[in-house]
Design a protein around this ligand. Sequence first.
Ligand code: PMP
Length: 430
Amino acid sequence: MNYTRFITAVSAARQTSPIRALTELMQKSPPSLISLAGGAPNPNTFPFQAASITIGDGTTVEIGKDLMKRALQYSASAGIPELLSWLKNLQKSLHNPPTVEYKPHEGQMEVCVTTGSQEGLCKVFEMLINPGDTILLDAPTYPGTLAALRPLGCNIINVPSDQHGIVPKGLKEILSRWSPEEAKKPNSNLPKFLYTIPNGGNPTGTSLTVDRKREIYQLAREYDFLIIEDDPYYFLQFNKPWAPTFLSMDIDGRVIRTDSFSKILSSGLRIGFLTGPKPLIDRVILHIQVSTMHTSTFTQIMIAQLLQQWGQKGFLEHVDSVIEFYRKQRDVMLNAADKWLKGLADWYIPSAGMFLWIKIEGVSDTHELIMKKALEKEVLLVPGSAFNINSFSPSSYVRASFSLSSPSQIDQGFQRLAELIKESVRVEKF
Ligand code: PMP
């Protein structure tokens, strides 16, 4: 793959900082090395000494004195080596993309740690988008993505989707505005990438089927666009086997995948990881070098210690227990929806994630319903328009989350929503 067409002038101009390069060298060097090079502070002056963090299963993560010194110190921008290698092994076991075997310049699979997947997404967008570029997106979608994209001045084309995600036929129709040959021209305005949330979409709860993924990947090859697979709900899939990912089918090195630990380990620790072709991930790492420098070393050490203790098996067992929690919550919400919202609203059963996407019958825009009247009734949901490319365009949907509320709160919440809908429909008809 030739990545030149995809990278903005700003991203292409990024160069490694000599000091950062030395930090990375020092991480790999033997303890006998005498370094007078670093500008790092002396960790002996730091107040924190050691930590013992209790895990739910009764075990502990111990950060002793030496490890604590590392945890409080600067570290490599791509991530600390033990976490990076754990994550690379995870990606090989779960996705095993063909790119694992490639040479670096051919698009070899590379991983880097990010401060939440949001940081990865934002930096990927900034690496790829020049004002006026065209991109493809299946909206309604995650507002964090829309907020990161809008200021970049790109032309966003909405790809049609249904309860199984993007409809390949609809995507093909959009792409037929161009000829595949145009992708080879230097200033072609062919879409640079397709952004999608393939599992338990936020807000729609939908998941893309594997057959559709294959068709979409073929279109990406034909029209030479990248695929950004934003998959924070991958580890919240309710049905096994988990769906094969775009990354797993990436023979060209055109998939950039964002993973997140926010839904399964902690959202506040801010940790995620990017996986994709080395030439592109390296550009993101250069951006990290000059912004956050790296994800908190303490966070990375804490996570790496836990993951090493658990091993992949223990990690996946933990993930299973999280899935069970969300499955029960989803079923509680579906029961409450059946009880209170039948005849007033429609929804599909989400097979992943933490959201139910509800279409309110007879209400053309839920914005007013939620922003003005819902609070009076003491129930809060997100109006569908918040997830539209143009947030002023109306939506008859609301997003309900089943992550935090208790079963009785969910039940009561939907009872209140039902009353609200009945009152509003009466008013709209009137
Ligand atoms: N992508 C999607 C689709 C999300 O729903 C979220 C979080 N709600 C993110 C990215 C960002 O997650 P993180 O906490 O990993 O930054």
